[in-house]
Design a protein around this ligand. Sequence first.
Ligand code: GRF
Length: 217
Amino acid sequence: MPRKRVAVLISGRGSNMTALIAAAKAADYPAEIAIVISNRPDAAGLKHAGSAGIATATVDHTAFNEDREAFERALHGELQSHQVDIVCLAGFMRLLTPWFVQQWAGRMLNIHPALLPSFKGLHTHEAALRAGVKIHGATVHFVIPEMDSGPIVAQVAVPVLDTDTPDTLASRVLMAEHRLYPLALRLVAEDRTRIVDGRCHIVGAATAEEALLVPEG
Ligand code: GRF
């Protein structure tokens, strides 16, 4: 099967992007990172992608004078011109319209730093600590128009420690995200996901463990 062509959309640091680039270096990985696109010209991730030899593009949303649709048409044009099969949102800080989401329905993933449907939106680590949960984590899901919703492809659990601050918890969750996103993208790129009644089933998963990463060590 030819490797799927993936676009990673970022707005900042791009550490999940870096994890996807690293995973895609393996000869048996079913996807290649065809392009990294940022909506911010100063996103640090763009430099990292460039030095890893990945094509990069900037579609600066501020150049479109609040015209969200024009911004998205430009973004869509970049994706098409690079013959992208799958879009991975990785810290991409723009809400997408139903039109754009529809163009990529079933082919666009997002990573969220919480066990959805808990703690949607920003500041998830603060919210988890405030709620007193013992297990936190991260989720990769298909993107639908509603924010931080959509069929869940895979999740990773991260224990919350009594000593955690939002920063310490965030950094452990981030390390787990870097293992989760390559796994989830693999499942999608291998065409092993099926949406059944709004749930994402994994075809050929020997055990449920394949879609639930447990903490290392
Ligand atoms: C990650 O925590 C991701 O889950 C969230 O935004 C953050 C992006 O970090 N959507 P990075 O840019 O991948 O380092």
